[in-house]
Design a protein around this ligand. Sequence first.
Ligand code: GLC
Length: 423
Amino acid sequence: MTMQPWFTEAKLGILVHWGIYAVDGVPESWSFFGGDLTRDAYMRQLDGFTASRYRPDGWALLFRRAGAKYAVLTAKHHDGVALWDTRRSDLSVAGRSPAARDLVGPFAEAVRRQGLRVGLYFSHSDWSHPDYPSVRPSSLHRPWVDNRYAMPAPGQEDPDRWERFLEGVHRGQIRELQDLYRPDLLWFDGAWERDERQWRMRELREEILRRRPETVLNGRMLGHGDYATPELGVPIIRPEGPWELCYTIGDAWGYQPGDVHPKSVRELVRVFAETIGHGGNLLLNTGPKEDGTIPADHADRLEGLGGWIRRNREAVEGTVAGLPYGHHYGPSLISEDRRTLFLVCFDTPRFFTELRGLRNAVKTASVLGTGEALGHRGVGGFPSRGVPGVVRIDAPVLRDPYATVIALELDGEIDLYRGAGEG
Ligand code: GLC
């Protein structure tokens, strides 16, 4: 699998959970699956979904200002409600809500106009289609998946209905999305209720790539995606290969009026730096209201993150994953030519910042954003045995409000000492 370079270079994407669940502000899909609401009550939200203030150009501009290079919209969540005028089911906001139009096309166009890549979220599972709960997986690795919206009772299986769903709805809708909107990224979810064999994921992958070979596929394809998709927590160990952390600005994915404690810009900068320092992308989620407006406190956070990225652009754009743990207390990034090292300092460096295990000489040390030059010196070590000392870099006078980045220009390509107990 060769990864499209735009994806690994992107570093920041925005995920948008928008659907009828924003009308009453209930959890997306899960609220009726879990029985908090009947499915009828959940679906009555269709009547209140207006998209009356939907300005996708405004969204796309905000996402670009946040520093994002791609944006992903929930074309269809587990509730089965399509945001486009699908011909493959009668459940769409185009056909059944006052919004009465395609919402995906204008999103894709607006996002492209801002120079960003287009991603579409699509749930494999569909808890509304009558043919979906027709077969059971070979094993229920999570007991709560045994639910009437997801599968029939044992002994009531009907493989013909499953085939009808798979070909007619699942494949049919993915083809519609590809043909109508040419997404650069298909962001799947909800594969856990069937086996790989039942979904025929390998074939799905092949079919998508036949239609558009450059399409990137997220990891939720039971082994047939392009990259790992951890959710809500920065991995402790650096994942191998490309990866992307999906993460909420608030507590929920979709809009919920009680979700009023969004993470601060400082927290978001931290999680972003930790993610990219380990070579991943951050896919940061917001949930617009039913009318299509992005909550103001989420927009503020996105602007704040974008400001930090602009001040520290050199460390973000065109850099690769930084040092493994142990050299610097915080994330770091390395320039593509491997001659500049960027140290991210979250907590105010008061006296000095320390860097261990660097064999190179440091030519200059400076602060991104302000350009302030910093004094630095090597201390200790056992140079005749090739054991470097510690580099001590003076604390800057002016610090970034969220995270200060120190750029170190090295005398050559970075050369790390990882020795333990030698000499
Ligand atoms: C989970 C949830 C879903 C949400 C998704 C985002 O898989 O099922 O509600 O859309 O995470 O990653």
